[in-house]
Write a protein that binds this ligand. Structure first.
Ligand SMILES: Cc1cc2nc3c(=O)[nH]c(=O)nc-3n(C[C@H](O)[C@H](O)[C@H](O)COP(=O)(O)OP(=O)(O)OC[C@H]3O[C@@H](n4cnc5c(N)ncnc54)[C@H](O)[C@@H]3O)c2cc1C
Length: 286
């Protein structure tokens, strides 16, 4: 969305393809009720409210993107233009912002009972957890963010993490009061009667939310390698100075990409979007 806003600023007509029926990527799909962290100027804002503001901004200019609710399945080079989805659409430049692709959560396959319906893989809806005993499995930023978000809603919140320390940004540690943190605990099984069995004891929860991250599948668009795009661990390699991929007219930004010290967060996405569109502008001026 922000890349298409940057196109609007430069008066470039642009189409925004989105597989899902709603905009906002992971913010809308995975954590609409959670506060966003690390975005300048926003200290107490829910992801869904932030996405509403981003939409408002995107549609505020004279050049607004065409929103096309379709998945891009293949890209081919056709002289000066690219052909998308077997010629259904044409584009002079492409910015890939495919994030983690089809958004498949990492599901631990060594834990039995994972298929119980009180086991979730992201925070479905905050009101579902109101007055409930919640266990959050994981120790990274998203696990800690959900725990902080949930502590004023749920009856109790417990973080269970298999390592001996949390991996979240350090300023969040001070917000963990009223949250039970169980480190060095490995979950072994989840029983139908809501018992969570670990190697150090048994816990009870109305819901357990696994925050083990998501699998990236950016390569799901056919034809990228043929166009000169290369991957590292399934992520698109880019030139950090220009956001260009191995194909000079195809750019990539956000969680779909990798470069040295890349951080998967919103601020990086905005920086990269701005950079990609500036490079397109330079190419157009040549
Ligand atoms: C639980 C959780 C909490 C987080 N909290 C924060 C936070 O507080 N602060 C922060 O800065 N970051 C946070 N992040 C990270 C942040 O959400 C991501 O860095 C950001 O959403 C990445 O944006 P993106 O546009 O690259 O990808 P995404 O948000 O993944 O969006 C990509 C979009 O592309 C669509 N798509 C994919 N493939 C295709 C295709 N072939 N055709 C059409 N559409 C396609 C997908 O449907 C998706 O909507 C969090 C992440 C998670 C999972």
């Amino acid at each position: 969305m922000y890349a298409s806003y940057c196109c609007g600023i430069s008066s470039f007509p642009c189409s925004l393809f989105e597989t899902l029926q709603h905009l906002g990527g992971q913010c809308s799909a995975f954590y609409p009720d959670k506060n966003i962290y690390g975005v300048p100027g926003f200290s107490d804002t829910k992801a869904s409210d932030f996405i509403d503001l981003l939409k408002k901004q995107t549609f505020s200019l004279e050049y607004i993107p065409d929103i096309i609710n379709k998945k891009i399945t293949n890209i081919e080079q056709d002289t000066e233009f690219f052909s998308l989805n077997n010629g259904e659409y044409m584009a002079k430049y492409i910015i890939l912002a495919t994030g983690i692709g089809d958004m498949i959560p990492n599901i631990p396959n060594d834990i039995s009972g994972i298929d119980n319906d009180f086991v979730h893989f992201y925070c479905i809806r905050a009101d579902l957890y109101k007055g409930k005993d919640i266990i959050i499995a994981g120790g990274g930023d998203s696990a800690v963010d959900f725990a902080i978000c949930m502590k004023s809603i749920a009856k109790s919140v417990t973080i269970i993490h298999r390592k001996d320390e949390l991996r979240c940004d350090s300023h969040k540690i001070g917000k963990l009061n009223d949250i039970n943190v169980k480190l060095s605990h490995s979950i072994l099984s989840i029983e139908k009667n809501h018992k969570i069995i670990t190697d150090k004891g048994t816990f009870t929860a109305d819901y357990i939310i696994f925050c083990y991250g998501f699998r990236a599948e950016p390569g799901a668009i056919a034809g990228l390698t043929k166009l000169g795009i290369s991957f590292e661990d399934d992520l698109i390699s880019v030139d950090i100075d220009t956001m260009q991929t191995g194909n000079k007219k195809i750019f990539a930004i956000g969680d779909a990409i990798t470069y040295k010290n890349k951080k998967k967060n919103l601020v990086s996405c905005f920086f990269e979007a701005d950079k990609a569109v500036r490079m397109i502008k330079l190419l157009e001026l040549q």
